[in-house]
Write a protein that binds this ligand. Structure first.
Ligand SMILES: N[C@H](CCC[C@H](N)C(=O)O)C(=O)O
Length: 257
């Protein structure tokens, strides 16, 4: 079956976007893994599937899949790409909820919703202080997907990331961010993503890192997050929504055979 797609990225976190709103392709896990493979397929960090919305107020349905075939509840960089692709500042219907978007020139802002901090929300295998986990003293929150943030040496992403992603403390695995505080309004971040490995940028990971830094009193609520692929601007509003602003790029259009 020939499937049309758009290849996009947000700060080098790259995506295959398939628009199933008119005609939904049959994508089983094996097909998703094949398309995401950088040798045997197109290659991406996540595959993004658009569908007709089913909730009032939503303009487009969006699902996110990792290269290992697992589904993610949130994907910030891909959400900006979908907003750019669909246009007119759409509200996205995602597993994490309805995400309003805005566009100001080439800058896309997504309201990523409210973080959650209870052990059962992350989820964790048992009740813990989610601000200081018994695992590398990480701080955890959910942005609709599980994130743990380790503050300190960011070069540990490749060495500590894989083991932490699959630690039994995370029954659904977790995305592991490694953050270095530069100032009260700036941090460096590298993320070992669940089901994808080290990526050049992670939008939901940047949101989680700022939320966790604010919870620890390390940064202000507005913070620039510098990742290997570039900068995102994160603001955790007093009403508890998290805004994420950054670019989105279309690279090419294609069709599978
Ligand atoms: N790259 C995405 C995160 C993907 C999260 C996925 N790895 C998961 O299983 O939660 C972002 O920009 O937020």
């Amino acid at each position: 079956m020939m499937i049309a797609f758009t290849k996009m990225h947000g700060l080098g976190n790259d995506f295959i976007v398939i628009d199933g709103r008119e005609n939904m392709p049959a994508l089983d896990e094996a097909t998703i893994r094949r398309l995401c493979n950088r040798r045997f397929g197109i290659g991406c960090d996540q595959l993004v599937l658009l569908s007709a919305p089913t909730l009032a107020g939503a303009d487009v349905g969006v699902r996110f899949f990792n290269p290992d075939g697992s589904e993610a509840g949130a994907c910030g960089n891909a959400s900006r790409c979908v907003a750019w692709l669909v246009g007119n500042a759409p509200t996205l219907q995602t597993p994490a909820g309805l995400l309003p978007t805005q566009q100001n020139g080439s800058l896309i802002t997504v309201n990523m919703g409210k973080p959650r901090f209870e052990s059962g929300d992350i989820p964790l295998s048992h009740a813990c202080d989610t601000l200081h986990l018994p695992l590398q003293d990480a701080a955890a929150c959910s942005m609709g997907n599980p994130h743990a943030t380790v503050f300190g040496d960011i070069t540990r992403a490749e060495t500590l990331g894989p083991a932490m992603e699959t630690d039994p403390l995370f029954p659904e695995r977790a995305n592991i961010g490694f953050a270095e505080i530069i100032s009260r309004s700036h941090m460096r971040l590298r993320v070992w993503e669940r089901g994808a490995g080290l990526t050049l940028a992670c939008g939901s990971g940047a949101c989680a890192a700022v939320v966790n830094a604010v919870r620890r009193g390390l940064t202000e609520r507005s913070c620039t997050v510098t990742m290997d692929g570039g900068d995102l601007h994160i603001t955790w509003l007093e009403n508890r929504d998290v805004l994420m602003a950054g670019p989105a790029m279309t690279v090419f259009y294609g069709t599978t055979v």
